[in-house]
Design a protein around this ligand. Structure first.
Ligand code: NDP
Length: 289
């Protein structure tokens, strides 16, 4: 079997960012600068890196980004008050709370306080409900990014069997929903699924969102399957590796995403995309008044 086609998330992400930057320029001509507020609680190093990358990516395409840094011991009420104030701030079109939050803060409550109009991460119960119903909303960035990768790689989804490995709220669950909306037959698998390879081997499309390095091997993959690797793990040399054993699986798959350079760049891309969409909505609302 020949090697798989590589789905290049870096290139696809750049192409989308270019068109998002054009939309930003158009909005600026009309007096609107899209704004994203990022709330970071405490000083978790990984969260700091993610937040810095999000800010840099905003700045690179002209989105105003505001970082609100709160100390680890901030009270839940203070954090909620910050979010409520951002909900009413006309310069801010998207609000993102970097997770995880310290243990004394109820994450669900925090996420639910973000106005659905500014929930560019798509994590709030209202956004999730609307997504389930196929209503217009902000789609969660990582699974949305995967859908864009599939679209750019011209992968047929309708009628295909998609097997999702992982069922987290931010990746696995919404991933299955988005594929279902495009008429895939979807199977969810997770840590309690017995004999996982017997299921993934039936898949035309596998999405691995497990968080275990090299977990998906050639035993899991049917020849010709499309394999999407969401995983971001570090090996013993601190090198980024995915959930898929790339060297093995690329011999079998028809298409595969690498790590890094696959799904990773798409997550921030879709965050920028959602933020600009939100700013565009305020423009059309202004016109109505
Ligand atoms: P979670 O830890 O929240 O979820 C992992 C899922 O994998 C769970 O549903 C779990 O099952 C399942 N799982 C664990 N072990 C097995 C197993 N042996 N067999 C089958 N399923 C298993 O992780 P996330 O969804 O947040 O993230 C997954 C990966 O994606 C991580 O590597 C993360 O770093 C990466 N990620 C990448 C992003 C990107 O931008 N590319 C964005 C977000 C995440 P159960 O529910 O039963 O526990």
């Amino acid at each position: 079997m020949s090697n798989a086609m590589i789905i290049n998330g870096k290139e696809i992400g750049q192409e989308i960012r270019k068109s998002v930057a054009e939309e930003v320029a158009k909005l600026k001509e009309q007096g609107i600068t899209p704004g994203l507020a990022v709330i970071l609680v405490g000083d978790n190093p990984a969260s700091q890196t993610y937040v810095r990358n999000k800010q840099k990516s905003c700045e690179a395409i002209g989105i105003y980004s505001e970082l609100i840094k709160l100390p680890e011991e901030v009270s839940e009420e203070e954090l909620l008050a910050q979010i409520r104030s951002l909900n009413h701030n006309d310069n801010i079109h998207g609000i993102l709370v970097q997770l995880p939050l310290p243990g004394h803060i109820n994450e669900d409550k925090v996420i639910a306080t973000i106005s659905p109009e500014k929930d560019v991460d798509g994590f709030s119960p209202v956004s999730v409900g609307k997504m389930m119903l196929g209503q217009e909303t902000y789609l969660p960035c990582t699974p949305y990014g995967v859908m864009k990768l599939l679209e750019y790689a011209q992968i047929d989804i309708a009628g295909k069997h998609a097997v999702i490995v992982g069922r987290s709220h931010i990746v696995g669950k919404p991933m299955g929903q988005l594929l279902l909306q495009k008429d895939a037959t979807v199977t969810y698998t997770h840590s309690k699924t017995p004999d996982l390879p017997s299921i993934t081997k039936q898949a035309d499309i596998i999405v691995a969102a497990v968080g275990r390095p090299n977990f998906i091997t050639k035993e899991h993959v049917k020849p010709g399957a499309v394999v999407i690797d969401v995983g971001i793990n570090r090996d013993e040399n601190n090198k980024l590796i995915g959930d898929v054993n790339f060297a093995e699986v690329e011999q079998l798959a028809s298409h595969i995403t690498p790590v890094p350079g696959g799904v990773g760049p798409m997550t921030i891309t879709m965050l920028l995309y959602n933020t600009v969409q939100s700013a565009q909505k305020t423009l059309s609302q202004d016109k109505k008044h």
